[in-house]
Design a protein around this ligand. Structure first.
Ligand SMILES: Cc1cc2nc3c(=O)[nH]c(=O)nc-3n(C[C@H](O)[C@H](O)[C@H](O)COP(=O)(O)O)c2cc1C
Length: 234
């Protein structure tokens, strides 16, 4: 199998491409499309976005200390791309793209009404990295569109047509493969298959025959399940 080694570059894909809205109080709001965005902490909920200093949005976010991450779905992909190639210095992006600017929990938090999820963020730190500065921020509030809630109020985010960005192209989130943790689930055929696969990779023959014995007796593979689960916790 031939592989080429390339010089350092950005090749971590796929990524979310999000529309980041920002506003100085009393001024027109703006939108910048950002792919260098990520979740960086669960508790407290924190995110980061990296922005070049020359972007019109840079100073707005720096001065206001706030921004909103708006998730992009299929309906918004054209607007997201356009907001990523045009500057708020020259255009009113909400107006040009026919988007609804909705006030969030305070006047400097502006939400894109058409987005399925709006994440209100407060900047805690700005890290100078090189081409981009990273805005580290705390999540203050999350807004979820009721349009994507089922009759029991469950938010069906994965049915909202989310878009992902990979190597210069946008993709619609595709076919669901499986659920978080499915590989170590205790019951069901899938679990047995995946566990057997893990055991086949092991070189320890004693362990393999022990798992086999356990399988034969009970019809389930208890031992290997707990082992795999423990491994996944490290
Ligand atoms: C898919 C996509 C992803 C982008 N990601 C970033 C990014 O992570 N950081 C950044 O500074 N610019 C990024 N850009 C470029 C800005 O969105 C673009 O320069 C925009 O016009 C800046 O708007 P502003 O001048 O109104 O702030 C991206 C553009 C696109 C289309």
């Amino acid at each position: 199998m031939a592989k080429q080694m390339w010089k350092a570059g950005n090749m971590l894909y796929p990524l979310p491409a999000v529309m980041v809205s920002c506003k100085r109080e009393g001024k027109k709001p703006n939108i910048i499309t950002v792919a260098w965005a990520g979740t960086i902490c669960t508790n407290p909920a924190m995110v980061s976005i990296s922005i070049r200093k020359e972007r019109y949005s840079y100073d707005i976010i720096k001065d206001s200390g706030r921004f909103v991450i708006n998730l992009v779905n299929e309906e918004l992909v054209r607007q997201a791309d356009w907001c990523g190639v045009r500057s708020g210095r020259d255009y009113d992006k909400f107006k040009e793209m026919n988007l609804t600017a909705r006030e969030g929990s305070n006047p400097s938090m502006v939400l894109i009404g058409e987005s399925p999820v709006n994440i209100e963020c407060e900047v805690t730190e700005i890290k100078e990295l090189g081409s981009h500065d990273m805005f580290i921020a705390k999540v203050i509030n999350v807004w979820a569109d009721e349009k994507y809630m089922d009759e029991n109020g469950k938010f069906e985010l994965n049915n909202s047509g989310l878009v992902t960005y990979s190597h210069g192209e946008y993709f619609l989130l595709g076919k669901k493969l499986c659920k978080f943790g499915y590989s170590v689930k205790k019951d069901g055929k899938k679990h047995q298959k995946s566990t057997v696969k893990v055991s086949q990779n092991k070189t320890d023959k004693t362990q393999r025959s022990h798992q086999q014995a356990s399988h034969n007796k009970t019809g389930k593979i208890k031992k290997s399940t707990s082992k795999v689960y423990r491994d996944s916790k490290r």
